[in-house]
Design a protein around this ligand. Structure first.
Ligand SMILES: [Zn+2]
Length: 387
Protein backbone atom coordinates (compact mmCIF):
# COMPACT_ATOMS: atom_id res chain seq x y z
CA UNK A 1 0.00 0.00 0.00
CA UNK A 2 2.70 2.32 1.00
CA UNK A 3 4.56 1.40 -2.21
CA UNK A 4 1.46 2.10 -4.35
CA UNK A 5 0.93 5.30 -2.43
CA UNK A 6 4.56 6.20 -3.10
CA UNK A 7 4.14 5.51 -6.82
CA UNK A 8 0.90 7.42 -6.89
CA UNK A 9 2.63 10.35 -5.24
CA UNK A 10 5.53 10.05 -7.69
CA UNK A 11 3.21 10.09 -10.71
CA UNK A 12 1.18 12.91 -9.25
CA UNK A 13 4.36 14.99 -8.85
CA UNK A 14 5.42 14.11 -12.40
CA UNK A 15 2.00 15.18 -13.69
CA UNK A 16 2.24 18.42 -11.71
CA UNK A 17 5.73 19.09 -13.10
CA UNK A 18 4.49 18.31 -16.62
CA UNK A 19 1.48 20.61 -16.22
CA UNK A 20 3.64 23.39 -14.78
CA UNK A 21 6.13 23.00 -17.62
CA UNK A 22 3.32 23.03 -20.19
CA UNK A 23 1.79 26.14 -18.65
CA UNK A 24 5.19 27.83 -18.59
CA UNK A 25 5.75 26.91 -22.23
CA UNK A 26 2.30 28.21 -23.12
CA UNK A 27 2.90 31.48 -21.34
CA UNK A 28 6.33 31.87 -22.96
CA UNK A 29 4.77 31.09 -26.34
CA UNK A 30 1.95 33.56 -25.88
CA UNK A 31 4.42 36.17 -24.65
CA UNK A 32 6.67 35.48 -27.61
CA UNK A 33 3.71 35.69 -29.97
CA UNK A 34 2.68 38.97 -28.44
CA UNK A 35 6.12 40.46 -28.77
CA UNK A 36 7.51 38.33 -31.60
CA UNK A 37 10.31 40.29 -33.21
CA UNK A 38 10.04 40.98 -36.91
CA UNK A 39 13.71 41.69 -37.06
CA UNK A 40 16.88 41.24 -35.01
CA UNK A 41 18.52 44.48 -36.11
CA UNK A 42 17.36 47.94 -37.07
CA UNK A 43 18.81 51.01 -38.75
CA UNK A 44 17.05 54.30 -38.01
CA UNK A 45 17.96 57.11 -40.39
CA UNK A 46 16.94 60.74 -39.98
CA UNK A 47 16.96 63.16 -42.94
CA UNK A 48 16.70 66.62 -41.46
CA UNK A 49 13.87 68.77 -42.77
CA UNK A 50 13.33 66.88 -46.02
CA UNK A 51 9.86 67.67 -47.34
CA UNK A 52 7.14 65.18 -48.24
CA UNK A 53 6.56 67.33 -51.33
CA UNK A 54 9.90 66.37 -52.90
CA UNK A 55 9.65 62.78 -51.69
CA UNK A 56 6.29 62.17 -53.38
CA UNK A 57 6.33 64.70 -56.22
CA UNK A 58 10.03 65.02 -57.04
CA UNK A 59 11.52 68.43 -57.83
CA UNK A 60 9.14 71.38 -57.79
CA UNK A 61 9.12 73.27 -61.10
CA UNK A 62 8.86 76.82 -59.70
CA UNK A 63 11.74 76.23 -57.29
CA UNK A 64 13.93 74.32 -59.74
CA UNK A 65 13.66 77.06 -62.39
CA UNK A 66 14.06 80.07 -60.09
CA UNK A 67 17.59 81.50 -60.48
CA UNK A 68 17.63 82.80 -56.92
CA UNK A 69 17.40 79.24 -55.53
CA UNK A 70 19.90 77.56 -57.85
CA UNK A 71 23.55 77.88 -58.82
CA UNK A 72 24.22 74.69 -60.78
CA UNK A 73 23.97 74.64 -64.59
CA UNK A 74 20.30 75.14 -65.48
CA UNK A 75 20.18 72.70 -68.42
CA UNK A 76 21.95 70.05 -66.38
CA UNK A 77 19.70 70.39 -63.36
CA UNK A 78 16.57 70.14 -65.53
CA UNK A 79 18.05 67.03 -67.13
CA UNK A 80 18.91 65.56 -63.74
CA UNK A 81 15.72 66.36 -61.87
CA UNK A 82 12.88 67.33 -64.20
CA UNK A 83 10.24 65.34 -66.03
CA UNK A 84 6.64 66.30 -66.76
CA UNK A 85 5.67 62.87 -65.50
CA UNK A 86 5.45 62.86 -61.71
CA UNK A 87 6.48 59.19 -61.41
CA UNK A 88 9.58 59.70 -63.54
CA UNK A 89 10.37 62.94 -61.73
CA UNK A 90 10.38 61.48 -58.23
CA UNK A 91 12.28 58.45 -59.48
CA UNK A 92 14.99 60.70 -60.92
CA UNK A 93 15.38 62.30 -57.53
CA UNK A 94 15.28 59.13 -55.40
CA UNK A 95 15.65 56.04 -57.63
CA UNK A 96 16.23 53.52 -54.82
CA UNK A 97 13.17 54.75 -52.95
CA UNK A 98 10.89 54.48 -55.97
CA UNK A 99 12.30 51.24 -57.39
CA UNK A 100 13.01 49.25 -54.25
CA UNK A 101 11.27 50.61 -51.18
CA UNK A 102 7.92 50.95 -52.96
CA UNK A 103 8.03 47.28 -53.89
CA UNK A 104 9.55 45.97 -50.64
CA UNK A 105 8.34 48.31 -47.91
CA UNK A 106 5.95 51.02 -46.81
CA UNK A 107 6.00 54.77 -47.43
CA UNK A 108 3.75 57.03 -45.37
CA UNK A 109 2.82 60.68 -45.61
CA UNK A 110 1.35 60.95 -49.13
CA UNK A 111 -1.10 63.72 -48.35
CA UNK A 112 -2.57 63.53 -51.86
CA UNK A 113 -4.26 60.32 -50.73
CA UNK A 114 -5.03 61.55 -47.22
CA UNK A 115 -2.25 59.62 -45.51
CA UNK A 116 -0.93 62.19 -43.06
CA UNK A 117 2.20 62.12 -40.94
CA UNK A 118 2.79 65.09 -38.67
CA UNK A 119 5.08 66.49 -36.02
CA UNK A 120 3.30 66.35 -32.65
CA UNK A 121 5.45 68.90 -30.80
CA UNK A 122 4.32 72.51 -31.30
CA UNK A 123 7.72 73.92 -32.36
CA UNK A 124 8.40 72.23 -35.73
CA UNK A 125 12.17 72.55 -35.37
CA UNK A 126 15.06 70.12 -35.25
CA UNK A 127 15.99 69.40 -31.61
CA UNK A 128 12.39 69.06 -30.41
CA UNK A 129 11.73 66.89 -33.49
CA UNK A 130 14.58 64.52 -32.66
CA UNK A 131 13.54 64.41 -29.00
CA UNK A 132 9.99 63.45 -30.05
CA UNK A 133 11.20 60.75 -32.49
CA UNK A 134 13.70 59.20 -30.06
CA UNK A 135 11.74 59.45 -26.80
CA UNK A 136 8.30 58.72 -28.21
CA UNK A 137 6.62 61.65 -26.48
CA UNK A 138 6.58 65.44 -26.52
CA UNK A 139 8.31 67.32 -23.73
CA UNK A 140 7.17 70.94 -24.02
CA UNK A 141 10.22 72.26 -22.23
CA UNK A 142 12.40 71.10 -25.14
CA UNK A 143 11.57 74.13 -27.25
CA UNK A 144 14.85 75.21 -28.87
CA UNK A 145 17.80 73.87 -30.83
CA UNK A 146 20.03 75.32 -28.11
CA UNK A 147 18.36 73.21 -25.42
CA UNK A 148 20.99 71.62 -23.18
CA UNK A 149 21.17 68.00 -22.15
CA UNK A 150 17.93 66.08 -22.58
CA UNK A 151 17.76 63.59 -19.69
CA UNK A 152 14.47 62.04 -20.83
CA UNK A 153 14.61 58.32 -21.64
CA UNK A 154 14.76 57.32 -25.30
CA UNK A 155 14.21 54.15 -27.28
CA UNK A 156 17.91 53.71 -28.10
CA UNK A 157 18.85 53.68 -24.40
CA UNK A 158 15.90 51.37 -23.73
CA UNK A 159 17.07 48.90 -26.39
CA UNK A 160 20.64 49.04 -25.09
CA UNK A 161 19.30 47.66 -21.79
CA UNK A 162 17.75 44.59 -23.44
CA UNK A 163 19.36 41.18 -23.52
CA UNK A 164 21.87 40.88 -26.35
CA UNK A 165 21.71 44.60 -27.20
CA UNK A 166 24.07 45.95 -24.55
CA UNK A 167 26.92 47.78 -26.25
CA UNK A 168 25.31 46.99 -29.62
CA UNK A 169 23.51 50.31 -30.09
CA UNK A 170 25.33 53.15 -31.85
CA UNK A 171 24.62 56.64 -33.13
CA UNK A 172 26.44 58.58 -35.85
CA UNK A 173 25.15 62.11 -36.25
CA UNK A 174 25.90 65.26 -38.19
CA UNK A 175 25.06 67.62 -35.36
CA UNK A 176 26.14 68.23 -31.76
CA UNK A 177 22.50 68.75 -30.73
CA UNK A 178 21.89 65.04 -31.35
CA UNK A 179 24.50 64.36 -28.67
CA UNK A 180 22.67 66.67 -26.27
CA UNK A 181 19.32 65.14 -27.25
CA UNK A 182 20.60 61.63 -26.38
CA UNK A 183 22.27 62.73 -23.13
CA UNK A 184 25.72 61.82 -24.42
CA UNK A 185 27.58 62.60 -21.16
CA UNK A 186 25.49 60.05 -19.26
CA UNK A 187 24.55 57.60 -22.01
CA UNK A 188 25.80 54.02 -22.17
CA UNK A 189 25.46 53.91 -25.96
CA UNK A 190 28.07 54.97 -28.50
CA UNK A 191 27.20 58.49 -29.69
CA UNK A 192 29.58 59.82 -32.35
CA UNK A 193 28.90 63.52 -33.03
CA UNK A 194 30.61 66.90 -33.26
CA UNK A 195 31.29 67.41 -29.56
CA UNK A 196 32.91 69.70 -27.05
CA UNK A 197 34.43 67.74 -24.17
CA UNK A 198 35.12 70.76 -21.99
CA UNK A 199 33.20 73.96 -21.52
CA UNK A 200 34.83 76.71 -23.55
CA UNK A 201 36.67 74.13 -25.67
CA UNK A 202 36.28 73.72 -29.41
CA UNK A 203 33.73 71.42 -30.98
CA UNK A 204 35.53 68.53 -32.67
CA UNK A 205 34.09 66.05 -35.12
CA UNK A 206 34.56 62.81 -33.25
CA UNK A 207 36.49 59.91 -34.72
CA UNK A 208 35.65 56.24 -34.28
CA UNK A 209 37.77 55.17 -31.34
CA UNK A 210 39.54 51.85 -30.80
CA UNK A 211 42.88 50.07 -30.96
CA UNK A 212 41.93 47.75 -33.81
CA UNK A 213 40.20 49.95 -36.35
CA UNK A 214 39.80 48.69 -39.90
CA UNK A 215 41.40 50.58 -42.78
CA UNK A 216 37.93 51.73 -43.78
CA UNK A 217 37.29 53.20 -40.32
CA UNK A 218 40.70 54.88 -40.31
CA UNK A 219 39.91 56.49 -43.69
CA UNK A 220 36.43 57.57 -42.53
CA UNK A 221 38.02 59.18 -39.45
CA UNK A 222 40.60 60.93 -41.62
CA UNK A 223 38.46 62.31 -44.47
CA UNK A 224 35.87 63.99 -42.26
CA UNK A 225 38.55 66.44 -41.16
CA UNK A 226 39.26 67.47 -44.75
CA UNK A 227 35.63 68.46 -45.35
CA UNK A 228 35.06 72.21 -45.51
CA UNK A 229 33.22 73.42 -42.42
CA UNK A 230 30.50 75.03 -44.50
CA UNK A 231 27.90 74.63 -41.77
CA UNK A 232 30.24 75.51 -38.90
CA UNK A 233 31.96 73.39 -36.26
CA UNK A 234 28.71 72.03 -34.90
CA UNK A 235 27.60 70.26 -38.07
CA UNK A 236 29.52 67.93 -40.33
CA UNK A 237 28.42 66.93 -43.83
CA UNK A 238 26.34 63.85 -44.61
CA UNK A 239 29.06 62.03 -46.56
CA UNK A 240 31.30 62.10 -43.48
CA UNK A 241 28.54 60.73 -41.24
CA UNK A 242 27.83 58.04 -43.82
CA UNK A 243 31.47 56.93 -44.05
CA UNK A 244 31.80 56.72 -40.27
CA UNK A 245 28.54 54.80 -39.81
CA UNK A 246 29.08 52.40 -42.70
CA UNK A 247 32.65 51.53 -41.78
CA UNK A 248 31.68 51.02 -38.12
CA UNK A 249 28.71 48.83 -39.07
CA UNK A 250 30.88 46.62 -41.27
CA UNK A 251 33.61 46.31 -38.62
CA UNK A 252 31.61 46.03 -35.39
CA UNK A 253 28.11 44.77 -36.26
CA UNK A 254 25.95 46.88 -33.95
CA UNK A 255 22.34 45.65 -33.73
CA UNK A 256 20.73 49.09 -33.67
CA UNK A 257 22.20 52.08 -35.48
CA UNK A 258 20.85 55.60 -35.59
CA UNK A 259 22.27 57.67 -38.47
CA UNK A 260 21.41 61.35 -38.38
CA UNK A 261 21.84 63.39 -41.60
CA UNK A 262 21.50 67.17 -41.88
CA UNK A 263 22.64 68.65 -45.22
CA UNK A 264 19.10 68.82 -46.65
CA UNK A 265 18.04 71.21 -43.91
CA UNK A 266 21.16 73.37 -44.16
CA UNK A 267 20.94 73.78 -47.95
CA UNK A 268 17.24 74.55 -47.69
CA UNK A 269 17.85 77.26 -45.07
CA UNK A 270 20.45 78.74 -47.41
CA UNK A 271 17.88 78.73 -50.22
CA UNK A 272 19.98 76.39 -52.37
CA UNK A 273 17.32 74.22 -53.99
CA UNK A 274 19.64 72.36 -56.37
CA UNK A 275 22.00 71.50 -53.52
CA UNK A 276 19.04 70.37 -51.41
CA UNK A 277 17.86 68.08 -54.23
CA UNK A 278 21.33 66.75 -54.90
CA UNK A 279 21.79 65.86 -51.24
CA UNK A 280 18.44 64.03 -51.19
CA UNK A 281 19.54 62.18 -54.32
CA UNK A 282 22.87 61.28 -52.70
CA UNK A 283 21.22 60.13 -49.48
CA UNK A 284 18.96 57.84 -51.49
CA UNK A 285 22.11 56.32 -53.01
CA UNK A 286 23.88 56.06 -49.63
CA UNK A 287 20.87 54.29 -48.14
CA UNK A 288 20.84 51.89 -51.10
CA UNK A 289 24.56 51.15 -50.75
CA UNK A 290 24.29 50.64 -47.00
CA UNK A 291 21.26 48.38 -47.38
CA UNK A 292 22.99 46.28 -50.06
CA UNK A 293 26.20 46.00 -48.05
CA UNK A 294 24.24 44.81 -45.01
CA UNK A 295 22.26 42.31 -47.08
CA UNK A 296 25.56 40.74 -48.16
CA UNK A 297 26.68 40.43 -44.53
CA UNK A 298 25.40 37.19 -42.87
CA UNK A 299 25.02 39.10 -39.60
CA UNK A 300 22.39 41.42 -41.11
CA UNK A 301 21.03 39.51 -44.10
CA UNK A 302 17.25 39.05 -43.92
CA UNK A 303 17.06 40.20 -40.31
CA UNK A 304 17.48 43.97 -40.50
CA UNK A 305 14.80 46.64 -40.81
CA UNK A 306 15.44 50.17 -42.12
CA UNK A 307 13.30 53.00 -40.77
CA UNK A 308 13.72 56.45 -42.39
CA UNK A 309 12.23 59.66 -40.97
CA UNK A 310 12.67 63.43 -41.01
CA UNK A 311 12.36 65.65 -37.90
CA UNK A 312 9.94 68.25 -39.34
CA UNK A 313 8.71 69.51 -42.70
CA UNK A 314 9.15 72.89 -44.38
CA UNK A 315 6.94 75.67 -45.69
CA UNK A 316 5.53 75.88 -49.21
CA UNK A 317 6.12 78.42 -52.01
CA UNK A 318 8.91 80.81 -51.06
CA UNK A 319 8.68 79.56 -47.48
CA UNK A 320 10.18 76.22 -48.56
CA UNK A 321 13.48 77.44 -47.07
CA UNK A 322 12.06 77.66 -43.57
CA UNK A 323 10.19 75.79 -40.88
CA UNK A 324 8.88 76.35 -37.36
CA UNK A 325 5.50 77.05 -35.78
CA UNK A 326 5.12 80.33 -37.72
CA UNK A 327 5.60 78.56 -41.08
CA UNK A 328 2.38 76.83 -42.21
CA UNK A 329 2.71 73.19 -43.32
CA UNK A 330 6.15 72.71 -41.76
CA UNK A 331 4.68 70.11 -39.38
CA UNK A 332 3.86 67.83 -42.33
CA UNK A 333 6.23 64.88 -42.65
CA UNK A 334 6.58 61.31 -43.90
CA UNK A 335 8.40 58.09 -43.05
CA UNK A 336 9.35 54.83 -44.71
CA UNK A 337 10.17 51.35 -43.46
CA UNK A 338 11.16 48.05 -45.02
CA UNK A 339 12.78 44.76 -44.10
CA UNK A 340 11.75 41.32 -42.85
CA UNK A 341 8.20 41.11 -41.56
CA UNK A 342 7.24 44.52 -42.96
CA UNK A 343 4.43 44.02 -45.45
CA UNK A 344 5.20 45.44 -48.90
CA UNK A 345 2.35 47.94 -49.02
CA UNK A 346 4.26 50.48 -51.12
CA UNK A 347 2.86 53.99 -50.81
CA UNK A 348 0.26 53.64 -48.08
CA UNK A 349 -2.87 55.39 -49.33
CA UNK A 350 -5.17 54.75 -46.38
CA UNK A 351 -6.50 58.04 -45.02
CA UNK A 352 -5.11 58.22 -41.47
CA UNK A 353 -3.17 60.44 -39.09
CA UNK A 354 0.20 59.36 -37.73
CA UNK A 355 2.50 61.41 -35.48
CA UNK A 356 6.24 61.05 -35.23
CA UNK A 357 5.97 60.38 -31.48
CA UNK A 358 4.74 56.92 -32.56
CA UNK A 359 8.07 55.84 -34.09
CA UNK A 360 9.86 54.94 -30.84
CA UNK A 361 7.32 52.35 -29.72
CA UNK A 362 7.03 51.01 -33.28
CA UNK A 363 10.80 50.57 -33.54
CA UNK A 364 10.96 48.71 -30.22
CA UNK A 365 8.07 46.47 -31.26
CA UNK A 366 9.75 45.59 -34.57
CA UNK A 367 12.60 44.23 -32.42
CA UNK A 368 10.17 42.42 -30.11
CA UNK A 369 10.17 44.83 -27.17
CA UNK A 370 7.46 46.75 -25.41
CA UNK A 371 8.82 50.27 -24.87
CA UNK A 372 6.94 51.93 -22.04
CA UNK A 373 7.62 54.42 -19.29
CA UNK A 374 6.00 54.69 -15.86
CA UNK A 375 5.47 58.43 -15.85
CA UNK A 376 4.96 59.21 -19.54
CA UNK A 377 2.46 58.21 -22.19
CA UNK A 378 4.34 56.99 -25.23
CA UNK A 379 2.91 57.43 -28.71
CA UNK A 380 1.29 54.13 -29.71
CA UNK A 381 2.89 51.84 -32.26
CA UNK A 382 1.83 52.08 -35.89
CA UNK A 383 -0.33 49.02 -36.50
CA UNK A 384 0.22 48.67 -40.25
CA UNK A 385 3.99 48.55 -39.61
CA UNK A 386 4.00 46.07 -36.72
CA UNK A 387 1.16 43.77 -37.85
ZN1 LIG B 1 15.63 69.92 -38.62
Amino acid sequence: MSLIGGNYYFYLMKLKTYLAASLLLLSVQSFAQKEAPKSKNLVLILIDGYRWQELFHGAEYDLLTDPKYNSMDSLQRMKDFWSDNINERREKLMPFTWNYITTHGQIYGDRDSGNKVNVKNPYWISYPGRAEVLSGFVDLKINSNDYGINTNPNVLGFLNHQNGFKGKVATFACWDATGRCLDKPNSAILINVPWKEKKGGRLTWEDIKGDHLTNEEILANEIQHYAPKIFGDDERPDFAVYALAKSYIRATHPKVVYIDFGDTDEYAHEGKYDHYLLDAHNLDAMIEKLWKMMQKDPFYKNNTVFFIVPDHGRGIGDEWTSHGSSIPHSDETWFMVWGPGIRPLGVVNTPEQIYQEQYAKTIAQILGYHYHLKDRTIGKSITSVVN
